[in-house]
Design a protein around this ligand. Structure first.
Ligand SMILES: *Cc1c(COP(=O)(O)O)cnc(C)c1O
Length: 395
């Protein structure tokens, strides 16, 4: 094969970023108002954000934190998962889903994924359950809900906890049930690239009893509503009952979150329109496979993950990304699977062949720009770039 130089001809004069946040004057004013209120860290806005988010999802309770990673870590700690315990999760995820299992001293056990949704395969999970298994940590990849019923059944049968990594899944539903209401805990992300943002932030949903303990663990292990201790109703006295973390959300973040939650319906609507346009265009092209949405779910469409039919192309995924960049379009890859990262590969002697589906799919995935700020012209440019590359390099 000839070493192809990226084609630099392009209709765009400016680079289209992969996933910029959608921030309006409303969020800016909300932050400024909070700064002027003199209560800038965890306080009334955080409380309101927790309540509105729980109500939106239909969750029994919610705990606002400074990241989704913090939520996953706190969930594991709240469930007393630690050394000697195993937690089953997917290789097709961001590293933090697995790092937190290491943080509590437990052992991550990876189970391969379904080829259609790229979510953890319940049949593979079943085979990984041992007497040491304490929890399953499914990831709603790209916003597509995991097949939860078989996992919930296994959890009931083997007395396992379910901690959902819902970083991509605001809002998503499975058989009419919202993500964030099915497991023991679900952790959502408000990182800058996610469906709604607080710059950095996360929300843990679960039962009020479990969240009460999670709240204590998330704020130094102090046994009172510690954030109130500088208010008139607060008290100077507290006791530390466990060495907790410093994971609280600030009111500056919550102020952004409250506005983003109001704007979510409108932002999701734009995502859906873009997905429909991409699907229509790319389903016509032999070299491409469009994302799957199973009939029983509503995806949050956090990501638009296109798959390349590599046997129909003269270029690989890395070259495809270079060609997109040459046409001024930002893309990304979700994810470099866990078994390829040196720490996990070496510590657990993981081989690509251990996860044949994740490995094969990883080599062909590319995420296209999908965010509410995409204009009609932006979408047309993405479609034109992908179509052009496929025409030039088809075989
Ligand atoms: C973004 C992401 C996280 C981490 O979210 P933070 O809020 O940045 O901690 C966790 N899991 C997945 C799958 C993610 O994409």
């Amino acid at each position: 094969m000839e070493a192809a130089q990226p084609d630099t001809s392009t209709s765009r004069t400016t680079f289209l970023p992969f996933s910029p946040p959608s921030i309006t004057e409303q969020e800016i004013e909300a932050v400024v108002d909070t700064l002027r209120s003199s209560w800038i860290t965890t306080g009334p806005k955080t409380k309101a954000f927790e309540q509105e988010f729980a109500q939106y999802i239909g969750a029994k309770g919610a705990l606002a934190l400074n990241s989704c990673t913090a939520g996953l870590h706190v969930a594991l700690a709240t469930l007393d998962i630690g050394p000697g315990d195993e937690v089953i999760t997917t290789p097709m995820t961001f590293c933090s889903s697995v790092n937190v299992i290491e943080h509590v001293g437990a052992t991550p056990i990876l189970a391969d994924i379904c080829a259609d949704t790229l979510c953890i395969d319940p049949a593979q999970v079943e085979g990984k359950i041992t007497p040491r298994t304490k929890a399953i940590l499914p990831v709603h990849y790209a916003g597509h809900p995991v097949d939860m019923d078989p996992l919930l059944e296994m959890a009931r049968k083997h007395k396992l906890a379910i901690i959902e990594d819902a970083a991509h899944a605001i809002p998503a539903s499975y058989k009419g049930r919202m993500v964030g209401t099915m497991g023991d805990f679900a952790s959502f992300s408000f990182y800058a690239t996610k469906n709604m943002t607080t710059a950095e932030g996360g929300m843990l949903t679960g039962s009020p009893e479990q969240l009460e303990r999670a709240r204590m663990i998330s704020l130094h292990g102090m046994n009172r509503d510690a954030w109130k201790r500088y208010t008139a109703e607060g008290s100077w006295y507290y006791e530390v009952v466990t060495p907790g973390f410093k994971y609280n959300m600030t009111d500056l973040q919550a102020a952004i979150g409250l506005v983003q939650l109001q704007r979510l319906v409108e932002m999701q609507q734009r995502r859906h329109e873009v997905v429909d346009q991409y699907n229509l265009a790319f389903s016509q092209i032999d070299a491409l496979q469009i994302p799957v949405e199973r009939p029983e779910v509503e995806s949050a469409w956090h990501l638009y993950v296109l798959r390349l039919n590599l046997d129909r192309l003269k270029i690989n995924r890395a070259q495809f990304i270079e060609e997109m960049k040459a046409r001024q379009i930002g893309t990304s890859v979700h994810f470099i699977p866990i078994h390829l990262h040196p720490f996990y590969r070496d510590k657990y002697d993981l081989k690509p062949d251990d996860f044949p589906v994740a490995q094969a799919q990883y080599e062909r995935v590319v995420s296209l720009p999908l965010h509410p700020g995409l204009t009609k012209d932006d979408v047309a440019d993405v479609i034109a770039a992908v179509t052009d590359i496929c025409e030039v390099y088809q075989c």
